[in-house]
Design a protein around this ligand. Sequence first.
Ligand SMILES: CC(C)=CCC/C(C)=C/CC/C(C)=C/CC/C(C)=C/CC/C(C)=C/CC/C(C)=C/CC/C(C)=C/COP(=O)(O)OP(=O)(O)O
Ligand code: 1GP
Ligand code: MG
Length: 227
Amino acid sequence: MKEWKHVFKLDPDREISDEDLDRLCMSGTDAVIVGGSSGVTYDNTVDLLSRIRKYTVPVALEISVAEAVVPAFDLYFIPVVLNTSQGEWITGRHQQAVKEFNHMTPWEEIASQGYVVLNPDSAVGKLTGAQTDLDAKDVAAYAQMAEHLFRMPIFYVEYSGMFGDMNLVRKARNQLTETRLFYGGGIDCLEKAEQAAEAAHTIVVGNVIYENLERALETVRVKEGQH
Ligand SMILES: CC(C)=CCC/C(C)=C/CC/C(C)=C/CC/C(C)=C/CC/C(C)=C/CC/C(C)=C/CC/C(C)=C/COP(=O)(O)OP(=O)(O)O
Ligand SMILES: O=P(O)(O)OC[C@@H](O)CO
Ligand SMILES: [Mg+2]
């Protein structure tokens, strides 16, 4: 995970053909994350995992609902929303899930993600009541908290659905030495992928997969650059 430059995020609640999935999994991306903020179920998650498993690309489940936790992923990502005052998205649902899974939790395969959600119009922003009116200093402070206070392996700057402020992303990344900064939101062409890859450690490409596959595939070329 520390070497991932580019990942695709696939949503179990959205349709993708076998041919398109083949092209994504064979694209040279570093990993596939399976996740979405609504409509994620056990059945649609199992279905997508079994289709991705034909390929050697690493695959992580980003858990958004405890009911859709499926065994046999390579890794499990646990989002923790840092910029909300609604405790259920920070520790509430997590505590319930750990209680439910009890001794089955494979802790060595789990990585927490300190999320800062910055698009107020996104599904995840609305769902979690995120306080999105933040400047670069605010976000940089969250980055320091993720690394030094909570020792999270991932700090995730989430602009889901819109391309964000790369100066803000870069300043947050510059706070980090161990924690990896994931950036996601609005990357829909190689040029934006390059800008984001210059600012973040790892870029996450989501919605464009379902809107324009060719454009999605071209973003993998950031791996050829010097970022
Ligand atoms: C046997 C076995 C494998 C056991 C595993 C057990 C295990 C892994 C236990 C872990 C327990 C645990 C701590 C689980 C977490 C529980 C949980 C539900 C936590 C809540 C997470 C959370 C804060 C969710 C809020 C939504 C969120 C941040 C989702 C992240 C993904 C995201 C932002 C997707 C983007 O959504 P999208 O639908 O694409 O949005 P757009 O419409 O804007 O495109
Ligand atoms: O869907 P987009 O806007 O590419 O964002 C990717 C990812 O950060 C969503 O969680
Ligand atoms: Mg999406």
